[in-house]
Write a protein that binds this ligand. Structure first.
Ligand SMILES: [Zn+2]
Length: 312
């Protein structure tokens, strides 16, 4: 496990190196910053390896803290990159077509976010997109597909939710689960609508995906952020409980009177959030509202530019 720095509130991301046959398989890469690259270099040096020894890179999901320097490593070592087709497609969309800003703007305006916050948000999204060095995806990881790294093998498990193509990697013989951002020890991963997949139900997918890993015979779970832990099933249950509770709070808020997503998010997360967190809060609230709508507990209608939720 190699812990790399990040210039965010989440101050680190863990990546994993498996050494075999004189070469290295890397699981996630860290962000595209000079500090990340030199720390990765140092860490490999401390085990007698080099960036040039990286033969393959397996990526859990498309976020820039997980694959930001895959392109740079690939250029140096010729490493083959493997990730889910869904997330590879997402990177391709982001880099080639670019986000449909009008569509993103329209969506967040409907949710009631203020115009100034939306404009700032778009700039952040553009900078995130540029943060990942382009790379070539050599192989798409299939759900339950088995991969060999030297003497070891692992299964790639598809766990959509945090992203549509999020993957976990399970080393069955060793009982080691690399959980990426799917299961974290202290926080739950951000859930947000996918601008390219309007039919995607992030919360439903995420909860279904918890069920896809909870019974794995994992001795130790290595998340991308936070300390490794061993109580997988108990942690999964905690996360379920958290979302049940939050969905209850969202419903309570809507029962209090018709509101935009942003107004509901104020009831849940308070009024003092920094701008970017307001955006995250709106996303998190939105994915819960989506499920309440599916369950027939709330209804929605447009009023001017705003989408209004009310009790059914
Ligand atoms: Zn992520």
């Amino acid at each position: 496990m190699i812990t790399l720095p990040m210039p965010f509130r989440l101050k680190h991301v863990h990546v994993f190196a498996v050494v075999h046959d004189g070469s290295v398989s890397l699981f996630d890469t860290g962000m595209n910053t000079p500090e990340t690259f030199s720390m990765l270099e140092e860490s490999l040096k401390s085990i007698g390896r080099d960036i040039r020894d990286i033969e393959r890179i397996f990526i859990t999901h498309f976020h820039t803290d997980h694959c930001g320097i895959a392109g740079r490593i690939q250029e140096i070592s010729g490493a083959a990159v493997a990730m889910s087709e869904m997330d590879a497609q997402r990177i391709c969309n982001d880099q080639k077509k670019g986000l449909d800003f009008d569509q993103v703007k329209k969506f967040y305006r409907e949710q009631g976010l203020r115009e100034k916050i939306i404009d700032n948000l778009l700039e952040i999204l553009i900078s995130f997109r540029k943060a990942t060095i382009p790379f070539k995806v050599d192989m798409n990881l299939e759900d339950r597909g088995s991969q060999k790294v030297g003497e070891r093998d692992f299964e790639a498990i598809s766990v959509p939710g945090h992203t549509t193509g999020q993957m976990c990697f399970f080393f069955r013989r060793e009982g080691i689960l690399l959980s990426g951002d799917h299961i974290l020890p202290q926080i739950t991963p951000n859930l947000s609508p996918d601008p390219y997949n309007p039919g995607f139900r992030p919360l439903k997918s995420f909860l279904d995906s918890l069920g896809r890993v909870e019974d794995l015979p994992a001795v130790k779970v290595y998340p991308a952020h936070g300390d490794p832990f061993s109580n997988l099933k108990a942690r999964v249950e905690e996360i379920r409980e958290h979302h049940r509770e939050r969905k209850g709070l969202v419903l309570e808020s809507v029962k209090g009177g018709p509101k935009t997503t942003y107004q509901v998010s104020l009831d849940i997360f308070g009024r003092d959030l920094p701008e970017f967190d307001q955006f995250l809060a709106v996303n998190e609230t939105y994915v819960h509202l989506l499920e309440l709508l599916e369950e027939g507990l709330i209804k929605q209608k447009m009023s001017g530019h705003h989408l209004i939720h009310s009790a059914a």
